[in-house]
Design a protein around this ligand. Structure first.
Ligand code: ADP
Length: 484
């Protein structure tokens, strides 16, 4: 059933240009979250497979991949981006089946992957060092060189987008990659690798080893042959990865999620704000690192914002990915149980509105209707902890100072949004909010492939996306020549 359903065998791994079974032939089952049904099997990659993949990546750097001109690398990535575009429907269908996201969101993710490849393809030959006006008699300049072998451990919520921003940037910079997708969702990583082969990526430049986090993931994070690790996922696993990398003195980029606020002031254009307030909470059923799970509202517009958000919530429909409704299911039974645990901890709160799970949603699917809570105290667990589900909290504030204190009052700092017509306030808040990105009178800036992204505090460190990612995936070398 495997190959017929997906167009390829998802139980194979890619190492050094060869698709094969993992060592020992282990497999994990693949679940469709919309139905809770097993629909195939994926490989259970092992530490031995990670060894082989790291070896193959090293060989690629010493071979044809390492010898390619930057412009050639760029052309190759651009070609890959065009292939992704031509295969959007296939990729989106796989992602919808694997992650449970509504088809139109899966299509948008595939388009974003293509755009990352276009962007990093175009940037590959525009990364330069700089001359340095040093002492007389010297000529000094810097070079930007790839780290070498880069490890990419990615989650299940946005596989295609994260492959684009992480593997796309690393390849553009000339690194060779070992990608460990999440055990819950690795189909598009495998499909992407096949397109990369079709685009002509040399063997070993991209290796893909699905498997369990504590097996293949841990082996990659602690591998002495890896020169940089980029990780997107949960805080405890990020900390474990940083510790493992530290033993080899290897740099890491960590993107660990958040509890991002949008601040709505009394002078805001509420018509403009409303769709952003809701969408940033329910997109991908709230399983988004940058979800705006906290909506901070100034008291003079609190009733109006609560009522208008509640009206939108009441119309939201949740159902299977292929029905393409507002929300799909959560990724797994475990995630559903986690979110429901938070909902019961919210039993003491005022529920402003709850969306609907459609009546014909398949029984085994992991559905949770979206919940909006009103007038939540900022210290409540639902207002402080990352839930990773379709739950938003409205938190009232009196004035700007209180809004800043509440917004900055969690351990996280990924993204923040401000809605206000007061330009001076926008500028003040842009400086005062603890976040890696601040959006003024918008939220998300339409995806923002070009915009550096990452957190502070428990949201992680390092920056992905934009040109900045290329710096992250490179090492600066200084060359100083004394010629008299
Ligand atoms: P989520 O909570 O979103 O599932 P995780 O942090 O558990 O996020 O997982 C994100 C990625 O990290 C997945 O690819 C997973 O397999 C991997 N992972 C989980 N545990 C470990 C670990 N101990 N070492 C390395 N990678 C891991």
């Amino acid at each position: 059933m495997n190959a017929d359903t997906f167009g390829f065998d998802p139980a194979e791994i890619l190492v050094g240009g060869t698709w094969r079974a993992p060592e020992g032939g282990g497999r994990l089952s693949l679940e469709d979250p919309s139905r809770g049904a097993v629909i195939g099997e994926i490989a259970r990659g092992t530490a031995a497979d990670i060894d082989a993949a790291v070896e193959a990546a090293g060989a690629a750097l010493r071979g044809p991949w390492g010898a390619l001109a930057a412009a050639e690398r760029g052309r190759l990535l651009s070609r890959l981006g065009r292939l992704v575009e031509q295969n959007i429907e296939h990729l989106a269908t796989l992602e919808a089946m694997d992650v449970g996201k509504p088809l139109s969101q899966a299509r948008a993710d595939a388009r974003a992957l293509a755009r990352y490849l276009e962007f990093y393809g175009g940037a590959a030959d525009k990364i330069m060092g700089e001359p340095n006006a040093y002492l007389p008699g010297y000529t000094v300049y810097t070079l930007r060189e790839p780290h070498g072998v880069t490890g990419h451990i990615i989650p299940w919520n946005y596989p295609m987008q994260i492959i684009g921003r992480s593997v796309g940037a690393a390849l553009a910079m000339g690194n060779a990659c070992v990608l460990k997708p999440a055990e819950e969702a690795c189909l598009t990583a495998l499909a992407f690798a096949r397109l990369a082969e079709e685009a002509g990526l040399p063997a070993g430049a991209l290796n893909v080893v699905p498997g369990l986090g504590e097996e293949a993931g841990a082996a990659l994070a602690g591998h002495p042959g890896v020169h940089h690790i980029s990780f997107t996922g949960s805080v405890p696993v990020g900390a474990a990865i940083q510790a493992a990398a530290a033993r080899n003195v290897v740099p890491v980029t960590l993107e660990l999620g958040g509890k991002s606020p949008q601040l709505v002031f009394g002078d805001a254009d509420l018509d403009a704000a409303l769709p952003f307030l809701v969408n940033a909470g329910i997109q991908n059923a709230g399983q988004t690192c940058s979800a705006a799970s906290r909506i901070l509202v100034q008291r003079d517009v609190l009733d109006e914002v609560t009522e208008r958000m509640a009206a939108r919530y009441a119309a939201l429909r949740t159902g299977p990915a292929d029905a393409d409704l507002d929300l799909g299911p959560l990724i797994s039974g475990a995630q559903k149980a986690r979110v429901e645990g938070y909902l019961s901890r919210g039993a003491d709160l005022e529920l402003a509105a709850c969306g609907e799970v459609v009546a014909n949603a398949p029984g085994g699917g992991h559905y949770v209707a979206p919940h909006l809570f009103a007038a939540v105290p900022p210290g409540h667990p639902l207002a402080r902890e990352e839930i990773f589900g379709p739950v938003q909290t409205i938190i009232p504030f009196e004035d700007e100072a209180e809004a800043i204190a509440i917004a900055n009052g969690t351990d996280f700092g990924l993204v923040a949004g401000v809605w206000s017509r007061d330009g001076a306030r926008q500028m003040r808040l842009a400086r005062k909010l603890r976040a890696g990105q601040v959006f003024l009178n918008n939220y998300g800036a339409g995806g923002g492939v070009e915009l550096p992204f990452g957190g502070i505090g428990k949201s992680g460190h390092g920056r992905e996306k934009g040109f900045e990612a290329l710096y992250g995936f490179s090492v600066l070398k200084t060359v100083a020549a004394l010629h008299g």
